[in-house]
Design a protein around this ligand. Structure first.
Ligand code: SF4
Length: 381
């Protein structure tokens, strides 16, 4: 049997379907604050204010994360009987907890057919997070970010104060009322290797109150613009680059200039930014010195675990470059025309050797990169 090649429209990308489906997900359109929206105060403010979403951003990595997340949770539900994707809500917040592991005392209050096969030692709220290998080392070393911690604390707090939401499919859980969450757990999964890393914390009421206070500040604000931008803005933060409200948050940016220029209004702002620059440069200089010293000291050390860290070596391979002579031969064998474009580098060398000035002209529409020069302010007499 021979395979028939069917032509598909060249413009059709499978991502068009994925983006359209994602835009319809409740999370993408809801006006109520999701606990996962607490990544930035101002962004949370825009959601509550119903501000128009004008930036689609690049959601491909997030969508892949959603697919993996859904698959893992569905299999854990089927194989282990875990309570997955359960809704919690109050007047302000609404979200879905990935996993709730019930302890024996709480499970015993459920009808027999709904009890987990193996109750947990502690009533635990679990969040499954997929991460790329680019950030995996940071995840393993430092665990959840402050925003991730806030999200799970809010989920746990909703369970402790309200219980499961009264929605179809979980009415038997709602009837439990508020439940005594004792632990929160992060289950990180690397999107590229499948590696799994777990971090668990005892539920801390004071930290939960802090997370709640964060939400209350957002709710109390008269407008989103009163709220802090928790990220550095487009071009410097990938969260802002993909934020649906980036245009409302960074308005009136002059063309060709960084968005952050709108933060400087007067000489006082300039003085503060310069002071930040000098301080950061000093810290960077010292950190660079320490890093270079440590790198030099380790140069002949074998790979292995030392204390909290693993030493590995990469690189050291032969570099490859284009073999122009072989390419010319290939071109000639294939009856192709060998390009005779002037070789700029060689011409400059020849002119310099002959003691002639190399002619220069302005490159149309191109500018050299602007460099900042900061030194001590001169005293005026
Ligand atoms: S653009 Fe950045 S700072 Fe502004 S709301 Fe969005 S995430 Fe927050």
């Amino acid at each position: 049997m021979t395979a028939t090649t069917l032509s598909a429209p060249a413009s059709l990308s499978i991502w068009d379907a994925a983006n359209s489906a994602d835009a319809r997900r409740p999370r993408s359109v809801q006006r109520q604050l999701g606990a996962s929206d607490t990544i930035c105060s101002r962004r949370a403010g825009y959601i509550l204010a119903g501000t128009e979403r004008t930036n689609a951003g690049d959601k491909r990595a997030a969508i892949l994360g959603t697919y993996i997340h859904q698959g893992l949770l569905e299999d854990a539900r089927r194989e282990y009987g875990w309570l997955t994707e359960r809704t919690v809500a109050d007047g302000t917040l609404r979200g879905h907890i990935d996993v709730v592991q019930l302890d024996a005392a709480t499970a015993a209050r459920l009808p027999k057919r709904h009890r987990p096969a193996e109750p947990a030692a502690h009533l635990t709220v679990e969040d499954v997070k997929t991460k790329s290998s680019r950030v995996w080392d940071r995840v393993v070393r430092f665990g959840p970010t402050a925003a991730e911690m806030r999200q799970v604390l809010l989920y746990a707090d909703l369970l402790r104060t309200v219980g499961f939401a009264d929605v179809p499919g979980q009415r038997y859980l709602h009837r439990l009322g508020p439940i005594d969450v004792q632990r929160i757990r992060f289950r990180f999964v690397c999107r590229d290797t499948g590696e799994e890393h777990i971090e668990e914390f005892v539920f801390d009421e004071w930290l939960a109150a802090q997370a709640r206070w964060w939400v209350d500040r957002v709710v109390e604000a008269d407008s989103p613009e009163e709220l802090r931008r928790d990220h550095d803005g487009p071009g410097l933060s990938v969260i802002c680059d993909n934020c649906p409200f980036v245009h409302s948050c960074w308005p009136g940016v002059p063309p060709g200039r960084p968005a952050q220029t709108i933060l400087v209004h007067d000489d006082e702002d300039r003085a503060k930014a310069l002071a930040d620059y000098v301080r950061a440069h000093e810290r960077f200089r010292e950190a660079k010195r320490v890093k270079e010293m440590a790198r030099a000291m380790l140069d002949d050390s074998p790979e292995g675990n030392y204390g909290d860290n693993h030493l590995g070596w990469g690189g050291g391979n032969d570099k490859e470059e284009s073999d122009v002579a072989a390419m010319v031969e290939l071109f000639e064998d294939a009856d192709l025309v060998v390009p005779m474009v002037p070789d700029e580098k060689a011409m400059i060398q020849i002119l310099r050797r002959a003691g002639m000035v190399v002619p220069r002209r302005k490159a149309a529409g191109q500018k050299t990169a602007r460099t900042i020069k900061v030194s001590r302010a001169r005293k005026t007499s």
